[in-house]
Design a protein around this ligand. Sequence first.
Ligand code: CAA
Length: 261
Amino acid sequence: MQFETLLLEQKEPGIHLLTINRPQALNALSPQVIAELTGALAALRADPGVRVLLVTGAGEKSFVAGADIAAMSAMSPLEARAFALAALGLLRGFEAAPFPVIALVNGYALGGGCELAMACDWIVAAESAQFGQPEVNLGICPGFGGTQRLPRLVGRAMAMEMCVTGRAVKAPEALRIGLVNHVVPAAGLLDKGLELGRAIAAKGPVAVGIVKHLIQHGQDLDLENALRLEADNFAVLCATADKREGMAAFLEKRKPAFIGC
Ligand code: CAA
């Protein structure tokens, strides 16, 4: 696929890197970026060889500095609603993808950028990263899920403070409040993503996809149904060739060779 605002490359077997590539606008999410990301994600989801997706922004300054303010300034309410729904569909697509998606945040992750990072399965931040929901400075509220995903990650009070005051948190504070999993020097960000990607790619891919599904969807269920969902998926995995291979490899004291079915 050809993109004007994205770079999509396979870095290693099963490990793909998606770079939002509008550094002149700090990688702001225009309608074109949202449409191209949607197309790229659909192509990745259709490829059974994808084991992990890394998402980052071009340049050293910014992951994504938000939804595109110039584009939004000209939008009617109905256009703004269509823009938000397109982005929400994209972000739900990251959450529903059968492979883990890791955000590599290399600078500003503001507004829609913070929302995009939070829709990834987890976040690795460069020491230079900053996270915030500054929409109130523009007289609007978050539109791509910030008021809903942020409290689920950092708790209601901290999410309330960040969304109501627009205060950005720097990488060490983001680590402390549970918004990011790791903070690394900027020069080591991709290497950390690849290290995580290799660890994931070595596991049984069907099991990895089901673990992601259970954690993503189980938290929205009551505990009894969530536990039953886990038990049912545990049973389904016991019908896979990868389960037979994984357990045989353990008993034979060798590395497993998973085939993804
Ligand atoms: N949309 C469009 N363009 C943006 C942008 C955005 N969100 N953020 C930055 N840019 C552009 C700037 O307009 C500027 O373009 P020009 O060179 O053509 O003037 C270029 O990127 C560089 O930006 P700055 O000169 O402002 O860079 P800086 O280092 O001085 O400041 C910054 C960096 C603090 C991130 C500042 O750019 C900024 O505050 N950006 C806006 C952040 C923001 O409010 N994000 C939320 C947007 S609303 C939203 O996302 C709604 C939602 O939930 C869906």
